[in-house]
Write a protein that binds this ligand. Sequence first.
Ligand code: CA
Length: 439
Amino acid sequence: MRTMSIDLQFHLRVRRRLRFAIALLATASAGALAQGTATIGAPAAAESRPADFAACLARLRPDALAKGVSGEAFDQHTAALAPDMAVLGFLDAQPEFVTPIWDYLAALVDDERVADGRAMLAQWAEVLAKVQAEYDVDPATVVAVWGVESDFGRRFGKRPLLESLSTLSCYGRRQSFFRGEFFTTLKILQEGHVAADKLNGSWAGAFGHTQFMPSTFMRLAVDFDGDGRRDLVDSVPDALASTANFLKRAGWRSALPWGFEVKLPAGFDASAVGRRSKQPASVWASRGVKRADGSPLVQPREANAGRGDAALGADTPSAILLPAGPQGPAFLVTRNFDALYSYNAAESYALAIAHLSDRLGGGGPFAAAWPTDDPGLSRAERRELQTLLVKLGHDIGEIEGAIGARTREALKAELAKLGIESDGRAGKKALLALRSAVR
Ligand code: CA
């Protein structure tokens, strides 16, 4: 991470911002993120093609050709292109409030996603075994990334990449970064990996089952089904293998666990914690850190998640993570957690994948409770909350478990009627209050 290029750092920030915007909308999907655009900016009319946009494309053409895009491909794919000014709203969006990690995890790792993930493990068992043989990343981890990134292919994002990335190449901050992604998108089309009408994704250009940015696609996507195309939209084998390839290149080691929940001794000095503060596991053991069930940190063999012989050694560099401070669950994490982190540059995101992978392997919820008396809601509970709001007469749009601005406003108004002050956060207390109001 220390040696990464400026553009990669920005790429990660974009991904983090994207993820944050998604968390802001209290959903795990880029598709639902697109749904939120209506409140941020009016979409450009299809026929509108400002003169400055046409002039910008003309200026970009020689640069694209210098990067290996053919003149024919450039002209073909930009002839009818119109800017989508709504994406600029996302580039500069400031979050309204910070989503607590327990809300984030409650929606990303709920019973529904665990059940769906287990079904996918069974359905794609043969491909996942081949992927493991080739890249040395276990099926549960690969499927967990898939579930968190695109809900197993249900949510890709709906914005045409060419529109979003050409707009971001001509307007707003960081045009040089997005130009690179725009040119790479043209090369993906030129090489025939994905058809133009299927190349839709997030506002920033992440697309397909794996939600790779175009540059990440170029570096790391692989053709695993052998049809000659690296297709992250229509080929699940390509997508699963590309995810495993990403993790392998990010430093994943199958001999290690990602980590596990731990119990800190009373009076533990929390000043030396954090993902980057790695120490041999024996050092943490000597400071009294134990596994959540009270057993020693270092054991000959891990018992969880079907990861074969993965085991923490006494000398394994590991760090202590306290995602909600010293009062919440604590985790010991290895370099494999860093590999998950590099997928999206957010620790909450990495923890969601890590935890989902454990749950897919039969693991249970965390032993320690989050430091709140108002836990987060699963997607099923979010849909129930939205259904109750509709019964109470609110128009909140489509009920799909994504908590957007309209749901929050309706919730705030309804709770005010019940004498409950709220910022519109959809938590357990709000759900219980609505249930009793409708009864
Ligand atoms: Ca393929």
